[in-house]
Design a binder for this molecule. Structure first.
Ligand code: IMP
Length: 493
């Protein structure tokens, strides 16, 4: 099938993740922004996300701006929707990056109804949730949870409040009453992570003073994006909704409490731009395949080496990419902070095929370069869990994009999780899920290079057999297979 055939009579597409995030939303948001959409919108989360795009070998990571922003000069509109939480300093930094590259952002719209991440949100997140070692859920520490908590508790600061001094002042004053713990001395460690201000501040006037230049910079872009969106729909514009995180991290559907604080499902993605879910004609759920990953704490039944891997990855940057490359003696080059190495190096293939499942997980992490785009933390790795996928499909719908099958080139055996011993279905009961042992279907691996393949029929028979198995056992319909990081490495089924 061609892209034209896939998108015939389609007005709204959403790119959402059916797992725990980091599945390749950036690549596909960029793909549809370039080839389909007039309007690109992000709808939920904040700078906990890191959406990676790679175009002609140039890698960019956006934490807030929709990946479609690089097509603004073609007249495309980019929206930060009402469901988002915005760290204004980070947003300003991303705009500076665009300036440096002479990229336009004339058509950027920032929702007046998005919430603002305040310094006290970051401080509370740092104190309560970040450290996985200390039993926290391993949040990204960007203030996401506390900001959404304030929104729900009706003391959130909206973008529109930034431009009304009196309202802003009263709201901050009221909100600060709920942060008594911040009166205690702040540790240096916490200061290090602060995204919003150079120095932590819980003083109302100081907060406003520091906020003002950031607010002034974004003011020309602030709009009632809900009404704008309704206008775009009415005028037949093609719209791409770019989801963040993943279904299994959703506050509504994920492995609570090991979740983020927004609804990352099709429902949240639509609500976060002011639309009903049924307005989305083609929701595309991304699935990393045949391995998957998770960052932070929480159940992951098919994880290689289970708790051992979770504990190891909880050490975060201590076990970052450089550490793993060095310890396994894999040569690499470092240029301007970017690390380059041969992802199919013989030592990586050896690790991937190890009988020791911990090392197998490390091999797949290195082959897929699975390190957090936002935090640099090593991602936990495991086989793709079809029980979880079936659950995700029940919510996000059957249309699937499979990403990263090329990563396992050289693996002797490939497995897919097909059941648990303690429950017939996926469960949000994290305590139960943690104790589940999965069963697997085993497939022979292959060494074929997917790099040059541009047609579904030409894919290796083994891969097509596994794809058929996924469809039969989950009710999913695979629409697209990704064969590499570049936008062009995309096969429509
Ligand atoms: P928070 O969103 O920073 O509150 O983090 C809550 C949980 O979601 C933690 O386990 C994070 O590692 C995870 N998380 C948040 N954003 C992402 C993402 O973009 N990709 C993968 N995991 C994420």
């Amino acid at each position: 099938m061609t892209l034209e055939q896939l998108t015939k009579n389609i007005q709204i597409i959403s790119i959402i993740c059916n797992q725990w995030g980091d599945t390749g939303k950036g690549k596909f948001s960029d793909y549809f922004a370039a080839n389909f959409a007039d309007v690109n919108a992000r709808s939920g989360g904040g700078n906990n996300a890191g959406h990676t795009t790679e175009i002609n070998g140039k890698k960019r990571i956006f934490h807030l701006l929709p990946a479609g922003i690089i097509h603004d000069n073609k007249g495309k509109v980019n929206i930060l929707g009402n469901g988002m939480v915005l760290d204004l300093k980070v947003l300003n930094q991303e705009l500076n990056e665009l300036d440096k590259e002479n990229l336009f952002y004339n058509n950027l719209m920032i929702s007046q109804d998005a919430n603002v991440i305040m310094p006290y949100h970051i401080l509370r997140d740092q104190k309560k949730n970040t450290s996985q070692k200390k039993g926290g859920i391993g949040s990204t520490g960007r203030g996401i949870g506390p900001c959404y908590a304030d929104k729900i508790a009706r003391r959130g600061i909206f973008v529109r409040d930034l431009f009304n001094e009196d309202t802003l002042s009263k709201k901050i004053e009221k909100a600060l009453e709920f942060y008594p713990e911040l009166k205690s001395t702040l540790s240096k460690k916490i200061k290090k992570y602060l995204g919003f201000y150079s120095e932590p501040s819980i003083d109302k006037d100081q907060i406003i003073e520091e906020l003002t230049p950031y607010a002034t910079r974004i003011k020309p872009f602030v709009r009632d994006t809900i009404s704008e969106m309704h206008g775009f729909v009415k005028n037949g514009k093609k719209i791409l909704l770019e989801g963040a995180q993943g279904l299994l991290l959703s506050i509504e559907f994920g492995t609570y409490p090991y979740v983020t604080s927004s609804d990352c499902s099709i429902n949240g993605v639509a609500a976060g731009v002011g639309l009903p879910a049924k307005a989305i004609d083609l929701p595309l759920g991304i699935v990393k395949f045949p391995y998957m990953t998770r960052v932070g704490a929480g159940p992951f039944p098919t994880e290689f080496a289970g708790q051992e891997s979770e504990k190891y990855c909880a050490k975060g940057l201590k076990h970052d990419i450089k550490f793993e490359l060095k310890i396994h003696e894999i040569p690499f080059e470092e240029k301007n902070g970017n690390i380059k190495y041969d992802h199919h190096h013989e030592k990586i293939i050896e690790l991937m095929n190890s009988d020791d499942s911990f090392l197998q997980g490390v091999g797949i992490r290195l082959s897929g370069e699975e390190y957090g785009a936002t935090t640099g933390r090593p991602r936990r790795t495991g086989w793709t869990d079809l029980v979880a996928l079936k659950y995700a499909i029940g919510i996000n719908g059957p249309n699937i994009i499979l990403t990263k099958p090329d990563v396992l080139q050289g693996a002797r055996e490939i497995k897919l999780g097909i059941g648990y011993d303690k429950t017939p279905n996926f469960t949000r009961d994290s305590d139960l899920l943690k104790t589940c042992t999965p069963s697997y279907k085993s497939f022979q691996g292959s060494n074929e290079d997917l790099f040059q393949i541009d047609n579904y029929r030409k894919l290796p028979p083994g891969l097509k057999q596994r794809i058929n198995f996924v469809e039969e056992s989950t009710g999913g319909i695979v629409r697209i297979v990704s064969t590499g990081a570049d936008r062009n490495q995309t096969i429509i089924k």
